[in-house]
Design a protein around this ligand. Structure first.
Ligand SMILES: CCCCCCCCCCCCCCCCCCC/C=C/C(=O)SCCNC(=O)CCNC(=O)[C@H](O)C(C)(C)COP(=O)(O)OP(=O)(O)OC[C@H]1O[C@@H](n2cnc3c(N)ncnc32)[C@H](O)[C@@H]1OP(=O)(O)O
Ligand SMILES: Cc1cc2nc3c(=O)[nH]c(=O)nc-3n(C[C@H](O)[C@H](O)[C@H](O)COP(=O)(O)OP(=O)(O)OC[C@H]3O[C@@H](n4cnc5c(N)ncnc54)[C@H](O)[C@@H]3O)c2cc1C
Length: 672
């Protein structure tokens, strides 16, 4: 079987209701319908064509993005789309633009850190896009260390104004998206100084450009920071540089929900915790987790379809083997497929957690903020690292053709990989999780019961007495055959025990240092490993929780169960050192886990194509010849090659200047 017949044949082997799975993937029937409608709307509109992106120069590319983003906004207004619909439309347009920072960070920063009055003034302007905003936090010299920012906001009580100033080169704002060429306003983070005293970093709304002619206002120097990694990719965004030379703004443009500055320059702390200044990052990190499952599922969809189409070796009956049938291919691909589903469900849960913490904050309950910070930071780190690695693995899974831009994978990698850095470097974020875990463990002795995602640490309190012997874990008795690994309680216990033991061991090591900060710095690599174990436990436990829900559709739950155990057992295999060294499982049980993993791959194999079809991606969104729904890869790849500008003429530009003289020279030399 060849070409267009392969994927229909694969689909005929499906053992579950794909339409029902599409709804599980989308989150609800309503979410599916909205998403499906927006995907079709974008795919059918030539204005959103994107297949020439990697061939455009920077200026052309950027202008093209301006056109698309403003056209998208026009369509949103014309069609009176809801916020949910607009969000999905933006998703399928699939092009980073200034509007992301306006809606994704500028508006949330004002909502989260502005007073009622400030929200009433600024939000209507922002909602109508009469002003365009960005989030100007990072500087040339400091990104991770927010308290190290150098831009100053000095209060002048005589004029009732703040003076925003960049005192050094390294205090130049550097990176904010939308800043370079588009934004009229920014939320600028600067050190607050009143009456000669410093009060930490706060957000200020600053107008950057004239609303009449878009020129930078006096005292403001502004531009783009230059080309970034990859063709197309994130170069559609005008990440910018910005300096202030004593720029004055009215006092009421400091975002004052956390701290108010009076006209005399007195600082009045509200009952809201200081950490709320970082609230926008918590919000965005949560959206980044949801986004990870989208990017990952997209790469996996391409690699899975192509792996079914591609054949190499093994011709017994005249037909070569589909590469998806090689166990090595399955061992690389199916855990990524499982991760896409795992990240989807943990993203759903994180959205719930974020909504819950937001409601509590509104009611002045700040108790769950540290956990929300740890979960968003940790899961952002875990899912983006895994997704970036997975996109590259998918490229390799597609062999040579994966390296072609026409596969869609190089651009996807280039556009995705900065997610490991923005909104917090992934290692820096794991260190935040480690701090939270160490604090939780240190409080166990005082009888404080951990809650939420750390409740399991309370259940293993005996570990505090350092009784980490193999016998203390029940799984040791529960797993005697490969199928025993398919018990949810066993799997959960294995991951809980591994994480708890790693946390406790790290806490005990920290206790050996006279100065805890010295200990934290010295042991930071070990601490990061404990944070990863904790975050992996969260993902596994939320997938297991999902399976407890009523999931309609013939065979759907069975497939999700297979994927859940593939996700968990593959992690177990990759981190076997942790599980064995902490005495959670025995080598024999590890070997049984591998047997079970292989068996699950065989169960997923006939359903693999349907499992990626359930993502419901249009060919427009996938942007990949290898991942086409119809599997017609080779004719389309051949066709695509001829579209390259190099093939516009038979002889390349430069033939007469370079190739011809070179060949003539060689000919001349050989005749001598
Ligand atoms: C087309 C039309 C469309 C129409 C509309 C459609 C809608 C479209 C929507 C699009 C949405 C798109 C979504 C957005 C796109 C995203 C693009 C990304 C662009 C990138 C942006 C950025 O990168 S912004 C800059 C981000 N910067 C960082 O992340 C910096 C990282 N550093 C830090 O977070 C911190 O400084 C730190 C945590 C590392 C600091 O550590 P340190 O311990 O030194 O801190 P402090 O002393 O300051 O604080 C200690 C104390 O605070 C706790 N804490 C720290 N952070 C937080 C937090 N965020 N929340 C709560 N608490 C926090 C910390 O745990 C300590 O607590 P203790 O109890 O004292 O221990
Ligand atoms: C595409 C893109 C878009 C962005 N958009 C915006 C935006 O809109 N607005 C904005 O304000 N910013 C933006 N940023 C900036 C971004 O938030 C920062 O780059 C990010 O927070 C990382 O900070 P950094 O660059 O200072 O890295 P650094 O902190 O300098 O990291 C360098 C290395 O040091 C390590 N490191 C740093 N601190 C520690 C530590 N304490 N312990 C151990 N290791 C450490 C890191 O792990 C990393 O390996 C964007 C960045 C990118 C790439």
């Amino acid at each position: 079987m060849e070409g267009v017949d392969i994927l229909p044949h694969e689909r005929s082997k499906t053992q579950f209701d794909v339409d029902a799975m599409k709804i599980v993937w989308a989150g609800s029937r309503h979410a599916f319908e909205v998403s499906d409608r927006m995907a079709r709307l974008v795919a059918s509109d030539p204005a959103f064509q994107k297949d020439n992106r990697s061939r455009l120069g920077r200026k052309e590319l950027f202008k093209n993005t301006l056109r698309k983003a403003t056209y998208a906004w026009k369509r949103i207004l014309e069609l009176r789309l809801t916020e949910e619909e607009a969000g999905r439309l933006r998703f399928f347009v699939d092009e980073p633009a200034f509007t992301d920072l306006h809606w994704g960070m500028f508006v949330p920063a004002i909502k989260g850190q502005g007073t009622e009055e400030q929200q009433q003034k600024w939000l209507p302007l922002a909602y109508k896009m009469q002003i365009i905003g960005c989030y100007a936090q990072t500087e040339l010299g400091h990104g991770s260390n927010v308290q190290g920012l150098e831009t100053t906001a000095t209060f002048d009580p005589d004029k009732d104004e703040f003076v925003i100033h960049s005192p050094t080169l390294t205090s130049s704002k550097w990176w904010p998206g939308g800043l370079g060429k588009v934004s009229t306003h920014a939320v600028v983070y600067a050190r607050l100084i009143t009456n000669g005293e410093e009060h930490g970093v706060h957000g200020f709304i600053v107008q950057l450009r004239s609303l009449d002619d878009h020129m930078p206002l006096p005292g403001i120097t502004i531009g783009d920071i230059g080309m970034k990694f990859g063709n197309g990719a994130y170069n559609t965004m005008d990440n910018g540089v910005l300096t202030f030379d004593h720029v004055r703004i009215p006092r009421n443009q400091m975002l004052m929900r956390v701290l108010q500055v009076t006209s005399e320059g007195k600082c009045v702390q509200s009952n809201v915790p200081r950490q709320l200044i970082y609230g926008t990052m918590v919000f965005v990190r949560q959206t980044i987790v949801a986004d990870a499952s989208s990017a990952l599922s997209r790469a996996v969809c391409i690699a899975t379809r192509y792996s079914a189409v591609r054949r190499q070796f093994g011709s017994q009956d005249g037909v070569e083997t589909q590469v998806i049938d090689y166990k090595t291919q399955q061992n690389r691909l199916f855990p990524l497929l499982a991760s896409a589903y795992a990240f989807r469900f943990v993203g759903e849960w994180l959205k719930w957690l974020y909504t819950d913490v937001t409601q509590r904050l509104q009611a002045n309950d700040f108790s769950t903020l540290p956990e929300a910070h740890a979960c968003t930071a940790g899961l952002k780190s875990l899912t983006t690292t895994a997704t970036a690695d997975a996109i590259e693995e998918c490229r390799k899974l597609c062999g040579g053709h994966g390296y072609l831009c026409a596969s869609g994978l190089p651009e996807l990698f280039a556009v995705y990989v900065p997610a490991c850095t923005y909104e917090g470097d992934n290692v820096v974020l794991l260190l935040q999780v480690a701090r939270f875990l160490m604090k939780t463990v240190s409080q166990l002795g005082s009888g404080k019961k951990p809650i939420g995602t750390t409740a399991y640490l309370g259940r293993v309190q005996d570990l505090m007495q350092c009784r980490c012997e193999v016998q203390t874990v029940g799984i040791i008795y529960s797993i005697n055959a490969a199928e025993d690994w398919l018990k949810p309680s066993v799997m959960l216990e294995a991951f809980e025990a591994r994480s708890a033991r790693m946390c406790v061991a790290r806490a005990q090591n920290l206790g050996k240092f006279a100065n805890p900060e010295d200990g934290f710095a010295e042991l930071s690599a070990d601490l990061v490993e404990a944070a990863v174990a904790h975050c992996q436990l969260i993902v596994v436990s939320k997938f297991l929780d999902k399976l407890q829900q009523d999931i309609p559709g013939n065979g759907v739950k069975q497939q999700l169960q297979n994927l859940c155990y593939i996700y968990a057992l593959n992690l177990l295999h990759k981190h076997l050192g942790d599980f064995l060294s902490t005495g959670c499982i025995t080598p024999k049980q590890a070997s049984l886990a591998n047997d079970q993993l292989r068996s699950l791959y065989s169960q997923v194999r006939p359903n693999a194509i349907a499992l990626v079809d359930a993502f419901n991606y249009t060919d427009h969104y996938l942007g990949s010849v290898l991942g086409r729904y119809d599997g017609n890869v080779y004719p389309k790849l051949y066709e695509e090659a001829w579209k390259d500008p190099l093939n516009d003429s038979v002889l390349p530009d430069g033939y007469n200047e370079y190739i011809r003289p070179l060949l003539k020279q060689q000919l001349h030399n050989s005749r001598l």
